[in-house]
Design a protein around this ligand. Structure first.
Ligand code: AMP
Length: 494
């Protein structure tokens, strides 16, 4: 029997699982028969984790023991506090992944131990690493991390077997990715990518929450934000209103007994039009337009280069999103036949099927780095090794040397430069016990290697020995986030 490898889309709001069945990739429904499992974790009185719909449905009442939008904290040191216990985003993601694994195994009637997991294209090294750690905790071996837009493009390719220049617009609960991709004869090549980890559906919801809260305050003098249960109800209803307004022009938000005074209970009742929702979120739409045009410009492409637009993530169901794209790229094909919630997981499942030998479809893909990578020199300067927009897997080497006489050690400090020019420390390691040499006379080759999953390995090689004395130190967890340019690295470019 062939091994089953599943595809997993670990979303900010919802997660999905897929696999190949009878040669076709299919979404695996959970034990409730639902295709989407909310990425929500809650804890029972006795400390048991509850994941999915039950956790989400009880989020209002159990607000203090419920964790939502955990993906937004991946890669950070944030700790969720539940009844005095700390949970990292890795641990919370592991709980979600374990639930998906168990549920898929039940459906498939066999254990599931390996997966292709999708991640946002702009996820940095730490966020990717944390995703793998979460999977390990859930006893899932990650066969490959796959960028979400690339996964969606693969799904598109399964249905539209033609040549195309794709613009993939992926707006999830917390993040936005814009990707330009060439698709020809089964080969997907990313031509350009950028995104924001601070732009997503949750921001649209919060604009509505603030507006509803402000109206309520003006009418009743009560700040709903101060009451966690009322606030949670507002968030849920604001999201529901946003979703409904993708289909209809007007909704009524009604939350009975949301608050009260000595005179009795107070209810929230407020009409919200699609026009008003869009107006409240003008800055969101402006930012999105800017991201799309900047990505096309950055990679020296023309809007007319795009032939097809693929939408990913529930937010792209908003009519306004389509209007924005049409304004930037008039008269292009907007594909609506792929379910925007399911496209990434279908692509992940297709790749999983390829790995397990169950998918004969021919496709290969070439992904591209969303950030520039380099190391810190002795003067605190960023020395570039791999440019943003480089196809990976890739390996790049630069020759460095010491800066002081008889220098005992050097520090290899890996840095990432984002599209906005921000420099982020990804981690460091030291090479110690160097042989005593005058300044500038100990040659060291530093190599950055990016794997197919977008993971980084850094190697430092003392060329003087010519052997493997100081070779390959993998920058591994834990990442020490000591901040950029905290001290000289003892290295300079030759
Ligand atoms: P994710 O699960 O991370 O892909 O994100 C789902 C996001 O899409 C959430 O913010 C949802 O509120 C949003 N969403 C889902 N369906 C719709 C819809 N029909 N219209 C607008 N937003 C939607």
């Amino acid at each position: 029997m062939k091994e089953r490898i599943i595809g997993i889309d670990l979303g900010t709001t919802n997660s999905l699982v897929s696999c190949i069945k009878d040669g076709r990739v299919e979404v695996i429904v959970n034990e409730r028969g639902a295709r989407l499992t909310p990425s929500v974790v809650s804890f029972s009185q006795d400390g048991q984790a509850i994941v999915g719909e039950i956790a989400r449905n009880q989020a209002v009442l159990n607000n203090d023991v419920t964790i939502v939008n955990c993906k937004r904290k991946m890669g950070s040191d944030h700790q969720f506090m539940i009844r005095g216990r700390h949970f990292s985003a890795i641990e919370v993601s592991a709980l979600i992944l374990r639930k998906l694994k168990v549920s898929a195994a039940q459906r498939l009637g066999r254990s599931v131990d390996r997966a292709v997991i999708t991640v946002p294209a702009h996820f940095n090294e730490k966020q990717r690493h944390h995703t793998i750690k979460a999977a390990e905790m859930a006893e899932i071996e990650v066969v490959r991390l796959l960028n979400e837009p690339t996964a969606a493009a693969i799904a598109y390719g399964l249905y539209h077997n033609k040549q195309a220049h794709l613009l993939v617009i992926d707006i999830g609960g917390g993040t936005t990715d814009i990707t330009l991709m060439n698709f020809k004869n089964g080969l997907f090549t990313v031509k350009g990518t950028s995104g924001s980890s601070r732009l997503g559906g949750v921001d649209l919801d919060m604009a509505v929450v603030d507006w509803l809260g402000e109206n309520f305050k003006q009418e009743h003098g009560i700040q709903l934000k101060d009451d966690p249960i009322a606030h949670q109800q507002l968030i849920i209803q604001a999201e529901q209103a946003k979703i409904d307004l993708s289909q209809t022009d007007m909704v009524e938000v009604f939350i009975p007994f949301i608050s009260g005074t000595a005179d009795g209970p107070l209810h929230l009742r407020q009409a919200l039009s699609r026009k008003k929702l869009e107006e409240l979120n003008n800055s969101f739409f402006d930012r999105l337009t800017q991201l799309i045009t900047a990505t096309i410009d950055d990679y020296e492409l023309d809007p007319a280069w795009v032939t097809d637009v693929v939408f990913v993530g529930g937010v792209t169901r908003m009519p306004r999103i389509k209007q924005i794209v049409q304004a930037v790229i008039p008269d292009r094909v907007m594909w609506n036949d792929l379910n925007p919630d399911e496209a990434p997981v279908l692509g992940a499942g297709a790749l999983a099927g390829k790995f397990s030998g169950q998918n004969e479809n021919f496709f290969i893909f070439k992904d591209m780095t969303a950030n520039e990578l380099g190391i810190e020199d002795h003067y605190g300067k960023f020395v570039s090794l791999i440019n943003r927009g480089t196809i990976y897997p890739v390996s790049a080497t630069r020759l460095f040397t010491t800066t002081m006489d008889n220098q005992p050690d050097i520090t290899i400090h890996l840095l990432q430069k984002t599209g906005d020019g921000e420099i982020v420390s990804l981690g460091s390691f030291s090479m110690t016990d160097l042989p005593p040499r005058p300044a500038g006379e100990l040659p060291v080759d530093v190599t950055i290697n990016i794997t197919e999953s977008g993971l980084i390995k850094v190697t430092a090689l003392n060329l003087e020995d010519g052997n493997e004395q100081f070779i390959t130190e993998r920058v591994d967890q834990p990442w020490d986030n000591e901040g950029y340019a905290r001290r000289g690295s003892g290295l300079e470019v030759v």
